[in-house]
Design a binder for this molecule. Structure first.
Ligand code: NAD
Length: 486
């Protein structure tokens, strides 16, 4: 293999790579071929302890710097990431199987955006002065939380490591990050680059492991905050464990988001939006609009154009820049998706296109579209996390809104219509955190990202993330004598 995917060691702790082969072996598999491309070990209790101890030490030192000084480190890290974008994107493709044509533009670059944005904000994080009666006054101090734990999903390993790390560090916290065991490679590079950019040893540590390592971090008394990206069932466990010690949390969880397409929508844009909402990253995106409600008047034209455009997908070697549709991340995820495709057929949905595994050792599935899907079917209710679009028909705006909201999830929602008033009216009624009008799945760092209902708690990105990685201290200052009752 031309590119060396084996990391120097499994973990990055206290400013250097660290190995402990006593931990369970984790084989990293390239999804396009099924080959083992690297081996790492899960963190032992000794590694967990070393990471938390170094984070605790580094946090105190880091919090004493001015915001501007902290921001300078983050912005330098952003620059290094951009300089190395090509190689980081290749690594992201090996880690996840996502096509290089995506990773080159979306992964390390969006991580750099977060580091640059929060690096820029760090110097202007302040409290307030508050005038009170009788000449008294008060002020607030924005303080770090302490040691934050980040736990990642496998679909955006570089981005998740940065989206959690950048606001945490900007606010003066330290971080111990545990990537998904499926994609352990990319976060190590983030740690290495932050250190090279001037972050003190221990400020941003990466340790590997399965859920048990994540759980041991969440319950450790040295941890003040837990930021998880993962599924709703994991989110419930982690939230409950964090609540036992009243720790702060951010939960970025799953979804089954509605995308509503009205008769008057521009057909090509609506089809393009639905493709982005279902097949980007081979459908492995939490905010995907996987329930596509199409108004009856445009339905047949929509399905025809969608099928035509899907025939032009270039499915193949993810490292070939022409490829725009890669494999699923793992055999396990491919099996889950195939079982949903079987359920879709068994429950009476009409398979319009796709539905088959593809030849070869990689974990490829064809882009798949079901039409005539009804609300009760499994493929309309449950998160599949793969390239399976469910198309549902509707008649009226009220009906689409009610059916779109009839889910326990609330991550995203989208609408395509030529009537801008209707676009805003519909979105104002959608129970979701990240919404789109005549677009889908944009996530600029300047806008908050996160879910409502069971899709999550808290927000990443934007100024809103600052509130989730810092706390306010209020100080009352009396200018006269104390009036005591006795
Ligand atoms: P997952 O829930 O299986 O695992 C997520 C992470 O949690 C992994 O690192 C895992 O090791 C860890 N974990 C598992 N059990 C744990 C426990 N008890 N304590 C602590 N940590 C534990 O999710 P996944 O399969 O890796 O990722 C797919 C899911 O993530 C989907 O549901 C998807 O929608 C969601 N996701 C959400 C967002 C978002 O921003 N809202 C983004 C990407 C993915």
């Amino acid at each position: 293999m031309a590119y060396d995917t084996q990391p120097t060691a499994s973990h990055f702790v206290d400013g250097q790579y660290l190995e402990d082969t006593a931990g369970d072996l984790i084989e990293v598999i390239y999804p396009a071929t099924g080959e083992v491309i690297a081996k790492v070990h899960a963190a032992t209790p000794a590694v967990v302890d070393a990471a938390l101890a170094s984070a605790k030490r580094a946090q105190k030192e880091w919090a004493r710097l001015s915001g501007t000084e902290r921001g300078r480190v983050l912005r330098r890290a952003a620059d290094i990431i951009r300089e190395r974008n090509h190689d980081l994107s290749v690594l992201e493709t090996y880690d996840t199987g996502k096509p290089f044509s995506e990773t080159l533009y979306v992964d390390a670059t969006s991580g750099a955006d977060a580091l640059e944005y929060f690096g820029g904000l760090a110097g202007s994080l302040t409290g307030e002065h508050v005038q009170l009666p009788g000449g008294d006054w008060g002020y607030t101090v924005r303080e770090p939380l302490g040691v934050c734990v980040g736990i990642g999903a496998w679909n955006y390993p570089t981005q998740i490591a940065c989206w959690k790390g950048a606001p945490a560090l900007a606010c003066g916290n330290a971080m111990v990050f545990k990537p998904s065991e499926t994609t352990p490679l990319c976060a190590l590079k983030v740690a290495e680059i932050l250190h090279e950019a001037g972050a003190p040893a221990g400020l941003y540590n990466v340790i590997q492991g399965m859920g048990a390592v994540g759980a041991s971090l969440v319950t450790d008394p040295r941890v003040d905050k837990v930021a998880l990206t993962g599924s709703v069932p994991t989110g419930k466990k982690v939230y409950a464990a964090a609540a036992a010690d009243m720790k702060h949390v951010t939960m970025e969880l799953g979804g089954k988001s509605p995308l509503i397409i009205f008769d008057d929508a521009d057909l090509e844009n609506a089809v393009g939006g639905a493709i982005l909402a279902n097949f980007y990253s081979t459908g492995q995106v939490c905010s995907n609009g996987t329930r596509v409600f199409v108004q009856k008047g445009i339905k047949e034209a929509f399905l025809k154009r969608l099928s035509e455009r899907l025939q032009t997908a270039i499915i193949g070697d993810p490292l070939d820049e022409a490829t725009n549709f890669g494999p699923m991340v793992s055999q396990a995820q491919r099996d889950i998706v195939m079982s949903y495709i079987e359920k879709g057929k068994a429950e009476g949905a009409r398979l319009v296109t796709g539905g088959q595994l593809m030849d070869g050792d990689g974990f490829y599935i064809q882009p798949t579209v079901f039409a005539d899907v009804t609300d009760g079917m499994s493929i309309a209710r449950e998160e599949i996390f793969g390239p399976v679009m469910a198309v549902l028909d509707f008649d009226t705006e009220e009906e689409a809104i009610a059916r779109g909201n009839a889910t326990e999830f609330g991550l995203s929602a989208g609408v395509f219509t030529a009537d801008l008033t209707r676009g805003h009216r519909v979105i104002s009624q959608m129970e979701a955190g990240s919404c789109f009008i005549n677009s889908y799945n944009d996530a600029p760092v300047e806008l908050p990202f996160g879910g409502s209902k069971q899709s999550g708690v808290g927000r990443e990105n934007s100024k809103a993330a600052i509130n989730h990685f810092s706390q306010l201290k209020s100080v009352y200052v009396r200018m006269g004598d104390v009036e005591s009752p006795f």
